[in-house]
Design a protein around this ligand. Structure first.
Ligand SMILES: Cc1cc2nc3c(=O)[nH]c(=O)nc-3n(C[C@H](O)[C@H](O)[C@H](O)COP(=O)(O)OP(=O)(O)OC[C@H]3O[C@@H](n4cnc5c(N)ncnc54)[C@H](O)[C@@H]3O)c2cc1C
Length: 364
């Protein structure tokens, strides 16, 4: 065999997997179709380290989010990666929503997120005087990080342990053969190249169902886009924590929320809209009124003219429009071939735990 392990996709998940599997002895290759790593969903998200409040107890999303969050804080601390434990308020904007945050509180406890608490209006005001809420679920463990710094760290670690990354390399075919897989690729010049690999990890994000189909597994991803609007810099500092509304029904999205980046910039988003299967990242400016109306419920200082279109990301969802919750799919579908499909949020938070999970599958 030419390679011991081939990882398809250099997003945060593929890079974490490569860093975790690399041991200085095995031949590990990361294949990436783009000119650089982290150009997909991993650089188009809220960069939030989620605590694990929302996901059904016992799901992979719940378990790997909680484990991944702990691992991320450790990695960030140990390697001085930019991050901040901002804390998060999930607010009830009306008395009617109080019941929902109480449900989420119980859910969080079941998921092992013990640091959460329920706050009354005056307690919320004491923490964040500029937001409006009847009550809130407070999650002090939620934070933010630089997704790019994290990906650079995983790539550096993978390379240090002997892995190699190859850019401009699109995987177009995978065929099972005795003792492994034959992988066919095409580069930016249109040149074909084939090699063999004993094991393969499919971490191709929005294209992971296409790659799975190459070995006969028929998963179908649905694209669900999230737009962001940025808030005028003059409002910087008005809020110090992440502020989320009660999430949408059926786990489609978390509701238009207020995120902060490490420089203190405030953003609203993402919303959740199922789209055609195209990677079109234009932001629909006409949504500004909707974003403003959603956010003004809990950010009374916001003016319509404060928000401008910013960026967008696309969720790779196994959950079709109108369906209920779907978990991450992490499955060794053929001997030594692991598919990672539907790795939407909290995939950034869960990345190191997903990598450890994959390592356990491949080394058992
Ligand atoms: C709007 C939005 C907000 C989010 N916010 C958060 C958040 O705050 N916190 C959180 O934890 N998670 C969040 N997420 C989820 C998180 O961003 C993803 O789960 C994570 O980035 C997925 O990483 P990935 O490596 O699986 O995919 P990607 O980053 O998409 O990487 C896949 C890579 O595979 C490559 N590729 C695809 N096909 C091929 C092929 N055939 N050959 C070679 N290469 C290929 C692509 O070019 C790409 O680089 C959010 C997601 C979205 C969309």
């Amino acid at each position: 065999m030419d390679a011991d392990v081939t990882v398809i996709g250099a997003g945060v998940v593929g890079l974490a997997v490569a860093a975790t599997l690399a041991d200085g002895k095995s031949g590990i290759y990361i294949l990436e179709k783009n000119e650089s790593h982290g150009r997909g969903t991993s650089s188009r998200n809220s960069e939030v380290i989620h605590a694990g409040l929302y996901y059904p107890p016992g799901s992979l999303k719940a378990r790997l989010c909680v484990e991944g969050r702990e691992m991320l804080y450790e990695i960030c601390k140990k390697h001085a990666l930019p991050h901040r434990k901002t804390g998060k308020l999930l607010i009830a904007a009306s008395e009617r929503e109080r019941e929902k945050i109480e449900q989420l509180y119980r859910n969080a406890l079941q998921n092992g997120v013990e640091s959460v608490s329920l706050l009354e209006e005056r307690e919320v005001r004491a923490l964040e005087p500029n937001i409006k809420a009847f009550a809130a679920l407070y999650s002090p463990e939620t934070g933010i990080l630089s997704a790019h710094s994290l990906m650079d760290y995983f790539l550096h670690t993978a390379k240090e342990r002997g892995a190699e990354i190859v850019y401009h390399t699109l995987v177009i075919g995978v065929e099972g053969m005795a003792g492994g897989y034959r992988i066919t690729t095409v580069n930016a010049q249109g040149e074909y190249f084939a090699f063999t690999s004993e094991r393969v990890v499919n971490a191709a994000g929005l294209q992971s169902d296409v790659v799975a189909r190459m070995v006969g597994k028929h998963y179908l991803l649905h694209y669900c886009k999230g737009d962001y609007f940025s808030i005028d810099g003059a409002k910087r500092g008005m809020v110090g924590r992440l502020v989320y509304p009660v999430p949408e029904e059926n786990h489609v999205g978390l509701g238009v929320h207020l995120t902060l980046d490490l420089a203190g910039r405030m953003r609203l988003g993402p919303d959740a809209a199922y789209t055609e299967r195209v990677e079109d990242y234009r932001v629909a400016g006409e949504k500004a009124d909707m974003f403003y109306a959603s956010a003004a419920r809990f950010l009374p200082f916001l003016r319509r003219e404060d928000i401008i279109p910013d960026m967008s990301g696309i969720r790779p969802k196994l959950q079709a429009r109108g369906e209920g919750f779907r978990d991450f799919l992490i499955s060794e579908d053929m001997p030594g071939f692991v598919n990672l499909v539907g790795i939407e949020s909290p995939g950034l938070t869960a990345a190191p735990a997903i990598a450890r999970f994959v390592k356990n599958i491949l080394t058992c």
